[in-house]
Write a protein that binds this ligand. Structure first.
Ligand code: ADP
Ligand code: MG
Length: 189
């Protein structure tokens, strides 16, 4: 899927005294089949940019085209799930994303939410875990008892389970030790 930003601006708290211009007239294209890295100092707008691709935020001005899909200010919720099954988002901190009591429930939740029906839930959950290098014994575990690196793997597995065409990672290696960082980058590749 090709992703194109056309004159995209994003303003937080529009029409309030806390108005904050986070992105201004961004024009940008991501080609299919590539790993793109966005770097910038804290507060430069990386998360805002990333969240726009998944319609977690909608542009204040301009639009984002993802194949035939157009993300604009007035995009309806009904259409957003069609987008999210193709564009997965891994949050910066897995604790922001994970909320279920077991790893299996966490992985199955996204599939249920997005009405993803390919293969049985159990099979998909086990397969997604395997892809991130965790065995099936993790399915019964409470995600909040895992290490930081394992938790991040579960967060990624929950996205891989519905086989999106694009995955966005927001600062995926923050807070991991150097070995976990290396492993994670290998997994992304
Ligand atoms: P980065 O991810 O590069 O650190 P962000 O996209 O989080 O940057 O933030 C870009 C700018 O928008 C920053 O100035 C930040 O303070 C501001 N910002 C981010 N989130 C909010 C919010 N919810 N409300 C108001 N301003 C925000
Ligand atoms: Mg950020």
């Amino acid at each position: 899927m090709e992703i194109e930003f056309k004159n995209v601006s994003y303003i937080y708290n529009l029409n309030t005294p806390l108005r904050k211009l986070a992105l201004e007239e961004i024009n940008l294209k991501f080609k299919e089949g590539k790993i793109n890295v966005i770097m910038g100092k804290s507060g430069s707008g990386k998360t805002t940019l990333a969240q726009l691709i998944n319609a977690l935020l909608k542009p204040t001005r301009g639009k984002i085209e993802i194949d035939d899909f157009v993300i604009e200010r007035n995009l309806k919720m009904k259409n957003i799930n069609d987008l999210r099954v193709n564009v997965g988002f891994v949050f910066q901190f897995p604790e922001e994303q994970i909320f279920n009591k077991t790893v299996k429930k966490e992985i199955v939740f996204g599939m249920k939410y997005l009405n993803y029906k390919r293969g049985s839930e159990d099979e998909r959950a086990a397969m997604a875990l395997k892809m991130v290098g965790l065995d099936e014994s993790y399915l019964k575990r409470d995600p909040f008892t895992l290490s930081g690196g394992e938790m991040r793997r579960v967060a990624i597995a929950s996205i891989l389970a519905f086989n999106p065409k694009v995955i966005i990672f927001d600062e995926p290696t923050v807070g991991l030790d150097s070995l976990a960082k290396k492993n994670l980058i290998r997994l992304i590749k």
